[in-house]
Write a protein that binds this ligand. Structure first.
Ligand code: FES
Length: 622
């Protein structure tokens, strides 16, 4: 049976039992699927132009005035079929372009990297001193530390290279445990330095930075969307995909490897540095991303008692991991703390210096999970609260990720009868992204369109406020002005999702503060990390009660602190040890177990909060 996809005009054979969604993958047509193909998000809807489908769940095929529609993840062809993928359903290839080349290019002074290249002169052996070659080398290298291991290939070369070059050689040393492993033996006079890469694998984006391990210089950086997005938009939907799709785990691993290896290729081309010269990689990412990179199933991570497969990853060879750099290059994955408090946060703690700082600091990374670490030199507490995908623009009817055309600025006039919007790159609107949603919620509240619970106040004279399929909705842009041929609206259910998301994050923070017996005003620094933080409007984030109402100067956007921390680890081996110490001393607070989180959550479901004393600078409309 064949499936023809329009408007691409591509035909693929559908295998027995294969859904339209899966058939699309074969054709290189990727559909949105926030729920991971569970039939609950309706993001994968396609128009059935001809032919018959079998529904795998009730309601998966329906009629509208515009034609017959189907959920691609819940329908299987029963004959030759032709379907149309509307723009809103398609996961555009553009979404991978032009993202995140931003990285912190600061150099790290006085590098003490995890991989060293040294020229060393050995005392030639005599009849009186017949110590073996490897031991002799170890003694010559004592100033660097202990030689505790060696690759067999290097040992094979050692005797000959030593004697051919008068006992003066170049050696490469890779850090392993508390000592060094002899990685390579070469003649003297090697001028090329070894290179390393820091890698941050985010759920949405991946960033790679190429560094000279001898000087500590950052040579180039590149970023792209994580290709796993095509198989599931958030962590949970990806875990579901690994369980339910045949070869799901393999496909997920392949997808992220393709992204990382594609970026490595790009960096190699841009700098003319051969990928084989890259001898070490430090990798940070959340617990699920690291598991998927390694091809280790994360399925138990989402089931009580939420146990991750591993938090301390042994040092691995690049060939085992699948990274296309020198096959024997060592891969150092930063440690994580718990299923939902990953190496990305540990790396962020390193990069911000939070673990050494006096007083109380907060590191906050807002994504599908609100992950945070509170503390300083004496103690560290961390938690993760499920914010749902709202801040990533998913689970929102007109939601989109931060792509060109995403609405990121919203100014609602008092009373709400007119609105000004601004889009990323000034393109025609395609939807509204997370930062736009925060702006919209804050602006609608300021304009008096919402009550304190975030519910629309009915106003029959407001042409933008109307009754939609899910109750009241507010029109941001009419179909004629958008690139998706549909109205872009904010429905009451969207606002409810958003308020739950911001409420969860604020409740997580309040719970941590309670565990530490502190008040919000005790926080002296707030580091906001992650791509999302870059676009966050501080005033509006406080206005809706997402961020605490603190003096504005305490907030600092720290960019991709996860990548920065990985780079620091690569260039300073003490940081590698510190990463493990940080993970050891970071106490994970499980919000679902015996904390006041649920009470705090309920109190935070208002704009900005039930307790207005927590938000003294927020003035309410009216
Ligand atoms: Fe099909 Fe969510 S309903 S992917």
């Amino acid at each position: 049976m064949q499936v023809r996809f329009q408007p691409d005009d591509v035909t693929v054979p559908a295998r027995e039992g294969e859904t339209l969604l899966q058939a699309g993958w074969q054709a290189g047509i990727y559909l949105r699927q926030t729920c991971g193909g569970q039939g609950t998000c309706a993001k994968c809807r396609v128009e059935l132009l001809s032919g018959e489908l079998t529904a795998l769940q009730e309601g998966a095929i329906w009629e509208e005035a515009s034609g017959r529609w189907a959920l691609a993840c819940q329908t299987v062809p029963a004959s030759e079929v032709e379907v149309r993928v509307p723009p809103r359903t398609r996961l555009s290839e553009d979404e991978g372009a032009g993202v995140l080349t931003e990285t912190d290019e600061e150099e790290i002074a006085a590098p003490a990297p995890l991989y060293l290249r040294r020229e060393v002169a050995l005392k030639a052996p005599t009849l009186e001193d017949a110590t073996d070659d490897l031991l002799r080398l170890g003694m010559a290298l004592r100033a660097e530390g202990e030689l505790t291991g060696a690759r067999l290939e290097a040992v094979r070369r050692l005797p000959t290279v030593l004697r051919e070059h008068d006992f003066q050689i170049t050696v490469d040393l890779a850090r392993r445990g508390g000592g060094w492993e002899l990685a390579e033996v070469s003649p003297p006079g090697v001028t090329e330095p070894p290179f390393g890469v820091a890698v941050d694998i985010g759920t949405t984006t991946v960033a790679v930075s190429l560094v000279d391990l001898s000087s500590g210089y950052s040579l180039a950086a590149a970023g792209d969307y994580n290709a796993q997005v095509r198989l599931g938009e958030d962590v949970i939907s990806r875990i579901v995909f690994t369980e339910e799709s045949p070869h799901g785990l393999h496909d997920m691993r392949r997808a992220v490897l393709n992204t990382v290896n594609g970026l490595l290729e790009k960096l190699s081309a841009r700098t003319s540095i051969d990928r084989n010269s890259i001898r070490a990689a430090a990798v940070a990412g959340n617990t699920t991303m690291i598991s998927l990179l390694l091809g280790v199933s994360p399925r138990f991570l989402r089931r009580e008692p939420y146990v991750p497969p591993l938090t301390r990853v042994p040092v691995l060879a690049a060939r085992e991991v699948g990274l296309r750099i020198h096959p024997e290059a060592q891969v150092y994955c930063l440690p994580s703390v718990a299923s939902y408090l990953g190496a990305d946060l540990v790396s962020g703690v390193l990069a911000t210096g939070l673990g050494h700082s006096e007083g109380v600091s907060l590191l906050l990374d807002v994504g599908t999970n609100g992950e945070m670490v509170l503390g300083g030199a004496d103690w560290l507490l961390g938690c993760a609260c499920s914010a749902g995908p709202a801040f990533e623009g998913s689970g929102i009817r007109s939601g989109t990720r931060a792509v060109p055309g995403a609405i990121e600025k919203v100014e609602v006039a008092p009373g709400g009868r007119s609105v000004e919007i601004g889009t990323m790159g000034g393109a025609r609107p395609v939807g509204i992204c997370g930062s736009g949603l925060i702006e919209a919620l804050g602006s609608l509240a300021e304009a008096g369109v919402l009550d304190r619970a975030g519910k629309f106040l009915p106003d029959p004279d407001n042409p933008r406020l109307r009754r939609g399929e899910d109750g009241w909705e507010y029109l941001l842009a009419g179909a004629a002005d958008t690139a998706v041929e549909e109205d872009i609206v904010l429905a009451q259910t969207d606002l409810d999702n958003l308020i739950r998301a911001k409420g969860a994050i604020f409740a997580g923070l309040r719970t941590l503060l309670q565990v530490a017996d502190l008040r919000p005003s005790d926080i002296q620094r707030v580091y906001i990390a992650g791509g999302f933080g870059r676009f966050l409007d501080l005033e509006r984030s406080i206005r809706i009660g997402l961020l605490p109402d603190l003096p504005r100067e305490v907030f600092r956007y720290v960019g991709n602190s996860s990548l920065r921390g990985a780079k620091e680890v690569l260039l300073d081996r003490r940081r590698w040890e510190e990463a493990h110490e940080t993970a050891d001393r970071l106490t994970y607070v499980e919000l679902s177990a015996g904390t006041s989180f649920m009470d705090e959550f309920v109190s935070a479901l208002f704009l900005p909060h039930t307790d207005l004393e927590l938000f003294p600078s927020v003035r309410l409309a009216g």
